[in-house]
Design a protein around this ligand. Structure first.
Ligand code: IPE
Ligand code: IPE
Ligand code: MG
Length: 241
């Protein structure tokens, strides 16, 4: 089903539907988040088996602060708990983890845990695992442009280039996602990786995130492999290349 010669190098995922998964079972929303963490473990391991080199997941958006405080607190506790529980295993499996987003809004203790996990896993070479937290695509672009103009001398007239913007994103130095997966049916981007997904293949599934495991990932990759990526060219040009 999956062609081992056409594995996407970078997969990005909008992990959605935890709340709906729980509701369908008469459980509180937080039960969905807890089960969603299990999906993430399974999908990360499946990505390594397939040979994916970058996995980028949307764990908390700049807009998610608008949720009830109890749910936000639960999510932040879940991030901390997962770091405590799983960092050793990430190191053993040579996984490099990055927490990307505006981390300054998180409690100091959580910031320290995130920094510790990044430091301890920084030598990992099998896969780069980006967890986007307090992340917003618009905020990332604004920050990128501000860094560029902040580093310039006053009155310097040169125009900002695409390369410069790219070099100041959280994902600097990484290839753009080949495949963007969104679970739980929604046909929107919700402020995720606005710049980086310019040419990503988009795959939306009805499965809620807690139900999305290895088999579902392989199905998404197989669907991706049936697509023709044209990058603006004609079908004939792409087939000839
Ligand atoms: C995704 O699931 C997890 C986060 C956004 C943190 P949701 O919590 O958005 O689940 P639904 O969309 O309400 O079902
Ligand atoms: C996007 O999901 C954010 C994450 C998956 C972390 P949301 O559930 O917050 O998105 P909307 O509100 O349905 O667009
Ligand atoms: Mg949602």
């Amino acid at each position: 089903m999956v062609d081992p010669l056409k594995i996407p190098q970078h997969i990005a995922i909008i992990m959605d539907g935890n709340g709906r998964w729980a509701k369908q079972r008469g459980l509180p929303r937080i039960a969905g988040h807890r089960e969603g963490a299990e999906s993430l473990r399974a999908v990360l391991r499946a990505c390594i088996e397939l040979g994916v080199k970058y996995l980028t997941v949307y764990a908390f958006s700049t807009e998610n602060w608008r949720r009830p405080k109890a749910e936000v607190d639960f999510l932040l506790d879940l991030f901390a708990l997962t770091i405590d529980r799983e960092t050793d295993e990430l190191i053993d499996n040579q996984i490099k983890v990055n927490y990307l987003g505006d981390l300054s809004k998180f409690p100091k203790e959580l910031q320290a845990k995130m920094a510790g996990a990044m430091e301890r896993t920084k030598k990992g070479t099998r896969i780069t695992f980006n967890i986007m937290v307090n992340y917003g695509g618009r905020a990332e672009l604004v920050e990128s442009v501000n860094q560029i103009i902040g580093a310039r001398d006053k009155g310097q007239g040169a125009k900002v280039t695409e390369e410069e913007i790219q070099e100041h994103l959280y994902t600097r130095g990484m290839p753009d996602p080949d495949l963007l997966i969104r679970t739980a049916s929604e046909l929107r981007v919700s402020n995720f990786l606005l710049w980086q997904i310019a040419y990503s293949e988009i795959y939306v599934t009805d499965l809620c995130w807690p139900d999305f495991r290895k088999e579902a990932l392989c199905e998404a990759v197989a669907a991706y492999q049936r697509r023709l990526r044209k990058f603006g060219q004609t079908e004939e040009q792409v087939s000839a290349a």
